[in-house]
Design a protein around this ligand. Sequence first.
Ligand code: PLP
Length: 391
Amino acid sequence: MFDQLPAYADDPILGLFEVYKADPRPFKVNLGIGIYCDEAGQVPVLESVRAAREAGVGARGPSVYLPTEGGEAYRDAVRELVFGKNADDIVVVQTVAGTGALKVGADFLKGVLPDAAIWMPDPTWANHAAIFAGAGFRVENYPYYAKETGGFDLDGAVSALQKLQAGSVVLLHPCCHNPTGVDPTQAEWHALLDVIEQRGLLPFFDVAYQGFAHGVDEDAWAVRECVRRGIACLVASSFSKIFSLYGERVGALGVHAPKADKARLLGQLKLAIRRSYSCPPALGAALVEAVLSSPASNAQWRAELDAMRGRMREVRTSLHRKLGEALPGRDFGFLVAQNGMFSYSGLSAAQIEALRSRFGVYVVSSGRICVAGLNASNISHVCEALAEVCS
Ligand code: PLP
């Protein structure tokens, strides 16, 4: 029965991490995996989260099941974080991190729109296609990244969306686009939302980096503008990176459906969760809820988020300057124009291979660089390596 199983082509990013871990060279640098590291090269424990943990959050009492949709206080706190104040008509459920939010949203939508296709930016996070194809969607792409300019292909995106059938689902990254780091400006978002509104399309926002581009509220702008316009939409939130709680699997799915009966909407989301993993994990959500709902902890967390964002900006500026000095005449402006943890470098397969074999610098095959893996102790080595393979 099981003798013809196809081999699983390991996730290329996680596979590269295994090769990196096995590399005995002391000077190796991992720019592959999407994890925020601090200046010391460590995954940080945020002080706001540590304080909640030390205050005993999540540690008291027996471990009981959470409600299928998650706890009410957590859902309220997340609703305000993502949608702002006065967003009571948005139905939020807790999920198993961002991936779980995408999966619950996909399963829910498949029930409501059984024949709809989902349109994703080209390129996008590799798991997007797998999650939606797994839920039975036809997966298509719309133009996003313009190779010639290294920027956003607004004309390509708008003309592709203009041709879609009403009810088509459109996946969007409101900030810190993974893998390119290229985000639309507010004017470009208006143009996208205009087409979405005119064509009757359904936006599905994936927010994995809220606060890593410009700020918590600024980065939710496109989502909130969509809601302000009265457009129905889904929003998957991940708290893996912005609370540095990767292993706790904390996230949420918000659904804005102005004409829906809210109790029924919640019921359908609960159905999708119940038959998938029954109910969400408790500890990480308790920590996020504690941090968000105390004004002092919330302010402390926002300051920590500002510091992470500031560090990534400094790394980008420094990389831009050092590469400009090493390779005069080349334009590395994209490094400072892009947002968040990732930069599309445009490196070729041969250059990526040379970086790994000659210099111990690990970059995924798309050429995506995780700038959050750089710090004062490794940036010069990486710049020298880049200058060497690019010259
Ligand atoms: N969406 C995007 C765009 C991501 O980059 C990631 C993680 O890398 C996720 C979703 C999934 O996040 P999580 O680890 O919370 O499932």
